[in-house]
Design a protein around this ligand. Sequence first.
Ligand code: PSU
Ligand code: MN
Length: 302
Amino acid sequence: MIKLSSEVQAALKNKQPVLALESTILAHGMPWPENLAFAREAEALARTDGVVPATIAVFDGIVRVGLNDAQLEALCRRKDFDKAGVRDLAIVMAQKRSAATTVSATLRIANRVGIAVFSTGGVGGVHRNVNDSFDISQDLTELSRTSGIVISAGAKAILDIGKTLEMMETLDIPVLGYQTDEFPAFYSRSSGFPVPARVDSVETIVAVFNKRQELSLPGAVLVANPVPASNEIPLDAMAPVIEKAVLEAMNLRLSGKAVTPFLLKKIVAFTEGQSLKTNIALALNNIRLGADISAVLSRSND
Ligand code: PSU
Ligand code: MN
């Protein structure tokens, strides 16, 4: 069962802008209690821009779109929320378990209920040791088949960014660099890789989305929105931290969906929380842009 909060339901019915938000970033990407402070700030920020936030997660087998404060707190505080990608969703629902949704699962649910725009922190992609591990995030396959506009700060350097970009091309995932020529590397504004296409306005992002609809192309448009310069951690400062975290994960022979949350926790610990501040800043920046996109999109459909 999928349940919409009354606020989200009313907004969709009245064709007001809604912005989907994922929950894995809360349950598995940030520590308590910073995750809850971030979640509240994120929702408030969307509302300031006149956009209804719709955080998505599964509670006791029920997919909820739009959470109240008690649900947000449970998601952030409790330790028993699983991490559900799109392939896990039906299983979690059938077994009446609770789970946070990743980019892939959130995109699919958002699309299912008619929410086109979704802001996250970073998307998953091709992992660095892919030759051995075969680890490529489901986010990529879902982005290639489910329509929407997804805003992220690029991809974290825990991934092989070059291979991730190649895979995105293979899968027909358009990558739009927002006011940037370089694909951002999450904590850093630069990655050394050019963006496949640069756009400088929200109107162009919406136009690309609408043209894909006109062409009946499946799949999402990925907007790469660099972290604000004042919050950036330069790539060369992050590189050794990330290498150390990746090495630890390999030594522990971690695989599957445990890998990304493990790396994120290690990076926060190694940077003594500095990376968390950057993570929060870039995610809020993506919500600001997502709210603008959602507002322009809803006007373009009038
Ligand atoms: N990257 C981040 N922060 C995150 C994630 C990725 O910088 O919180 C989360 C997102 O929910 C993403 C998921 O969809 O991890 C990808 O997991 P995996 O690599 O296991 O597919
Ligand atoms: Mn994986």
